[in-house]
Design a protein. Structure first.
Length: 414
């Protein structure tokens, strides 16, 4: 089959790889000049089925309100929030109920666990090096934060994911440079979770996919898709190409291609930020990945750099870097690893998480013949990329995926 994949982020490239491996003729269409130029380029890099969870969780609305007027906060709200955001926020609030949280988290973890298994096989098979580190440490500054995380920790036990609560002393044995000046009530160690440089991986997988025959068409912006009988047409400026099937993996912008086809989904762009700084003292730097639960900010070791990433900026979707977001990242870096790097002079970045209110991705067929989606991975697209790519390849090929697909298809939005 001839299959076109729209979008060269980590999701599109993983999809292209698995489609090429299954023997299809694959063309990736990307509007920029290389792969991983948008959200996949500056993320925190955490690949953690143990940590993958919806932000819509019990206690989260109260937590967000408690931060609203603080100078450092995990969430930023623009005063003039639009109607689209209010609608999305109302749906998101409903997902904060415990039973919804459990369902959504289980769906996300199903994809993430499968994905990690495939990523490990790919890494081994092709001897990939993308600055991987092992283990993730989730930090709780207070007992209250720990209590809020209880439902999530209980679910880890139920789903058999390796984890261990440790006290502050033990946390510092795992991460010896962790500052003793910042209060730490407890930490959750996830030894099987990992982190890695997402764009580095994506570029390597692109070359492997190319060696299998996949073609990459860069600087090509898809303006529309139309389905005619057994073929699907892709419109790029004045040009039109056709294929047997199309997979839309265009991050948040997927909705601009889906809406004209009559496919309406509540995908919203939740802007996030990262600060990447060169390590100045390796003895004082993190060894792997950590998450500050109070600020929902991750600190990741990436080779000779340290990255601090997070923040949900709602209502702002342009490329501007908001001072309040950067201030929070610098605070978290300085709180935990003050001598590792100068976060004030870091390389700052922002990107849009393609987020659904219930936060599990949408994988598979749409109501339009031969048009498929691989979208909505929100805050965990890197952790779910390999699994989502293989699932799409199986579905396009007419095979049943290896995992249960309930709750992961467009059917959940009627
Ligand atoms: C601050 C931050 C931290 C994060 N941390 C993590 C983390 O630790 N772990 C994790 O798993 N996830 C994390 N994420 C989320 C993760 O980065 C995303 O889920 C993932 O990158 C989404 O990948 P994607 O390929 O769908 O989107 P993108 O990387 O945005 O790729 C979409 C591609 O489609 C192209 N495109 C769009 N429209 C068109 C068009 N019309 N024609 C042609 N091309 C088009 C774009 O140019 C782009 O290259 C984080 C995100 C942010 C913002």
């Amino acid at each position: 089959m001839q299959v076109a994949v729209i979008g060269g982020g980590v999701i599109g490239v993983c999809t292209a790889y698995f489609l090429a491996a299954a023997g299809h003729e694959v063309v990736v269409v990307e509007r920029y000049g290389n792969v991983a130029q948008e959200t996949s380029s500056g993320n925190a890099g955490i690949i953690a089925p143990g940590y993958v969870a919806p932000w819509a969780a019990p206690g989260m609305p109260r937590k967000i309100l408690s931060y609203l007027f603080k100078s450092e906060s995990p969430v930023l709200l623009k005063p003039a929030m639009n109607r689209e955001l209010w609608r999305w926020a109302r749906m998101w609030l409903k997902e904060c109920e415990l039973d919804r949280y459990r369902t959504n988290r289980t769906r996300m973890q199903r994809v993430a666990s499968y994905s990690r298994e495939l990523l490990q096989k790919l890494t081994e098979h092709y001897a990939l090096d993308y600055e991987q580190t092992a283990g993730v440490l989730q930090l709780f500054r207070s007992r209250r934060e720990l209590d809020l995380a209880r439902p999530a920790i209980d679910l880890l036990t139920e789903s058999g994911l390796a984890h261990r609560m440790v006290d502050a002393d033990e946390a510092r044995l795992i991460e010896p440079a962790l500052s003793a000046h910042t209060p730490l009530a407890a930490a959750l160690h996830l030894p099987q979770d990992e982190s890695g440089n997402c764009p580095l991986f994506t570029r390597q997988l692109r070359h492997i996919a190319e060696s299998m025959g996949a073609e990459f068409h860069f600087n090509s912006h898809v303006s529309a898709i139309s389905s005619e009988g057994a073929r699907v047409s892709i419109h790029i400026g004045e040009r039109t190409f056709s294929a047997d099937a199309v997979v839309i993996a265009a991050g948040f912008d997927s909705i601009h291609l889906l809406e004209p086809l009559g496919v309406h989904i509540p995908l919203y762009p939740v802007k996030g930020y990262s600060a990447t700084a060169v390590i100045k003292d390796f003895e004082q730097a993190p060894l792997s990945a950590l998450i500050d639960e109070s600020y929902n900010v991750a600190i990741t070791r990436m080779g000779s750099r340290v990255r601090v990433a997070g923040i949900a900026d709602l209502g702002s979707r342009g490329p501007e870097l908001r001072e309040a977001a950067l201030r929070t990242l610098v605070k978290v870096g300085d709180d935990w690893f003050p001598n590792a790097a100068n976060y004030h002079t870091a390389n700052y970045w922002c990107g849009l998480r393609p987020m659904l209110p219930d936060e599990a991705p949408l994988l598979g067929a749409t109501t339009v013949d031969n048009v498929f989606v691989n979208i909505g991975h929100g805050s965990a697209g890197w952790a779910m990329a390999a699994g989502s790519g293989k699932i799409l390849s199986d579905l396009v090929s007419g095979h049943a995926p290896d995992i249960d697909m309930s709750g992961l298809t467009l059917a959940r939005y009627g």
